[in-house]
Design a protein around this ligand. Structure first.
Ligand code: AKG
Ligand code: FE
Length: 657
């Protein structure tokens, strides 16, 4: 028969039909494209999963006596199995389909065309659902947001139901489970949550196997280095699956998986199955061992039901998942220690997937407080509150932290009167601070970072700055010391790692912008000025006149965390303040050499700097993002420049010695 079209071909015909306003044609092609995309991905995943079970024709243990024959026997048998399987299910399809088009599918872009086509053909409900589906992956899209408002106001349909047309079974079951749970229909809740759990692991398995796709090599290297390089990107991609699968209504829900065990333990308890309840509780604690509510529940089980909780193991599914991720994470860290992840990682699942959503805003999945209802006992208190799921992936970040010589935390959320804030000392020695100030004096440019405006915030101070890349370039030109520029890179990396670990971030934190800055009071500035050196602001949104945080351009909306490492204290004024929009101060921090203040970059952390009335105040300012897209590549480039310099210098020394 006719060779079926691939999803990129169908997508292109859909767009062509759209351009010529052939709405039925658009719908036909795009619906087929979406179906084909799903078929393609699930077949690929199925083949890869199936081929995990290949067995060797050799006697058990026979190959293990030769160095790597056992390993390569499995590799070849898997390769053979995959070749056959792909041939059978995906026969005519090319090995690789345009990455750009694949990304469009991952980001629900076909639904933006479908939305219009459904609307034009008078299918309002579908049109609204398509708009909603597109928005889940592209929440900031201005056009689609206004379409959505329009549907809500003018569709003419009462109770217009908008569906996520890409909702996956683990998400649907989860939401149905929550409904049943809210109705206190425990056995139905158990069914849904068990189903959701099973589907979660299935989707996760598919996601992980889709990571095994092609990889752009610069060149083939040693056999093992090539394999290792490819595996590095695969394991990185696999670890990202947690983010991609733990999504509810388009948003990253950090405790999606553990919360299912939380719901289940309560529901099992309610239906009189305390054994299963404890198993679920123990499974939950595997992911979030420090959870207070669950720890209390365990005490309850122990004291009120007579169960010996210590004899319980987590469920097999939880154990398997947890230990796999733990091992993968340590393999990835090991790989990270000697090779860099290529920036052009090509896998079937783009790394950017869900980038809009992972931003680190961990949403409350459900704040559904379940009141005590077992004879007034002090029982299982509430369902899961949002928690970071950092424990799994950040295990040995604690080492990083303890390796940070003598860094000490001096203020936490409590003293700082807010959330996601901290102050720590001893990040740099006096000598290092002096070196960085010297670097700033030699290299910083007035108005750098503010379109050259030397006085961007107040007329009474001059602002100057130097980026990491400019520092390296100036070192190359001999304008600043290379070792100072290197220290700039090293200290900012030290801070980045500390912040990543301190806030237990589930994924890597990237630099988004790094700036060595000084603010210097004008010699004739009045001592009693009442303006600020830096007005109250949030780092990732702009505040309108009512103090609303607008997360739109020109704000740097992708910034998720900020940190400032102070370099001196010999100036007057210049305290850093956390403050409300009406300028009431929540906490104030006195800068000094080696002190780091760090906080999440949103409206929860409005801040500013009090007037510097005398002298010069210097700091290493860093803004970070969780979104790889905004990774400040300048750090790598700067390091390269400096390494080359160092290399040249050694070379010259050798010649002239
Ligand atoms: O220098 C400081 O203490 C804070 C500066 C700041 O908030 C910013 O540049 O966004
Ligand atoms: Fe700021």
């Amino acid at each position: 028969g006719e060779i079926p079209k691939t999803y990129d071909e169908l997508y292109n015909s859909g767009i062509e039909a759209y351009t010529s306003e052939d709405w039925y044609g658009t719908i036909d092609s795009l619906e087929k494209a979406i179906a084909e995309f799903k078929f393609y991905r699930s077949s690929l995943a199925t083949c890869r999963l199936r081929c995990n079970n290949v067995t060797s024709q050799f006697e058990d243990g026979y190959l293990e006596q030769f160095d790597d024959l056992f390993f390569f026997d499995r590799v070849l048998r898997k390769a053979e199995c995959l070749t056959r399987c792909k041939d059978k299910y995906l026969g005519h399809r090319p090995e690789r389909i345009s990455q750009e088009i694949t990304n469009d599918f991952v980001l629900n872009v076909p639904y933006s065309y479908l939305q219009m086509a459904y609307y034009k053909t008078d299918q309002m409900e579908k049109a609204a659902s398509a708009a909603y589906t597109f928005l889940l992956a592209n929440p900031d899209d201005v056009m689609m947001n206004s379409n959505m408002d329009w549907y809500q106001a003018n569709s003419g349909i009462e109770n217009l139901v908008m569906e996520d047309m890409e909702a996956k079974p683990h998400q649907i079951n989860y939401m149905q489970g929550q409904d049943a749970y809210g109705q206190e229909d425990w056995s139905e809740a158990i069914d849904y949550f068990e189903q959701s759990l099973e589907e979660f692991y299935k989707v996760d398995g598919e996601c992980r196997s889709l990571c095994e796709g092609p990889h752009e090599y610069e060149e083939f290297q040693d056999l093992y280095i090539s394999i290792g390089t490819h595996y590095h990107s695969v394991v990185n991609c696999r670890l990202n699956c947690f983010q991609k699968t733990s999504v509810l209504e388009g948003k990253f829900a950090g405790d999606f998986l553990p919360s299912i065990y939380h719901y289940l333990q309560y529901a099992y308890f309610q239906v009189g199955e305390p054994d299963k309840a404890v198993q679920c509780a123990v499974s939950y604690l595997l992911f979030l061992p420090e959870d207070e509510v669950m720890t209390k529940n365990m005490e309850f089980y122990e004291t009120q039901t007579g169960i010996n909780v210590d004899s319980y193991q987590p469920r097999d599914d939880a154990k398997l998942y947890h230990s796999r991720v733990t091992v993968e994470d340590s393999l990835k860290k090991f790989a990270d220690s000697f090779m860099t992840l290529p920036s052009n990682v090509v896998a079937d699942t783009p790394v950017e997937e869900f980038s809009e959503k992972k931003k680190g805003d961990i949403d409350d999945i459900d704040a559904n407080n379940i009141e005590d209802d077992v004879e007034g006992e002090d029982v299982i208190i509430e369902t899961s509150k949002a928690k970071y799921f950092g424990e799994i992936q950040n295990d040995d970040d604690d080492d990083v932290r303890s390796n940070m010589d003598n860094v000490t935390i001096v203020m936490t959320e409590k003293e700082l009167n807010g959330t996601l804030r901290m102050v720590a000392d001893l990040f740099a020695s006096q000598m290092q601070c002096d070196q960085l100030i010297e670097l700033a004096l030699a290299g910083a440019v007035e108005g750098d970072g503010y379109s050259g405006k030397a006085k961007p915030h107040t007329t009474f101070e001059t602002f100057s700055g130097l980026t990491v890349l400019n520092a390296a370039e100036k070192a190359r030109e001999g304008l600043v010391k290379a070792e100072d520029a290197l220290l700039y890179l090293d200290l900012s990396e030290k801070a980045r790692r500390y912040v990543e670990s301190y806030f237990k971030l589930p994924t890597r934190l990237f630099f988004s912008y790094t700036h060595l800055v000084c603010r210097e009071a004008e010699p004739d500035a009045p001592q009693d000025r009442d303006d600020l050196s830096h007005p109250i602001h949030a780092d990732n949104c702009w505040l309108d006149d009512k103090g609303n945080c607008i997360k739109k351009s020109p704000a740097y909306v992708w910034r998720d965390y900020s940190a400032l490492m102070y370099l001196n204290e010999d100036f007057e004024g210049g305290e850093f303040i956390f403050a409300r929009f009406n300028k009431t101060v929540e906490a104030s921090v006195q800068p000094k050499c080696g002190r780091l203040v760090s906080f999440s970059a949103g409206e929860e952390n409005l801040h500013g700097v009090k007037a510097v009335t005398k002298g010069r105040r210097c700091a290493l300012a860093m803004w970070y993002t969780l979104d790889t897209k905004y990774d400040e590549k300048a750090h790598i480039e700067a390091r390269e420049i400096l390494e080359n310099l160092q290399h040249d210098e050694l070379y010259l020394r050798r010649i002239y010695q």
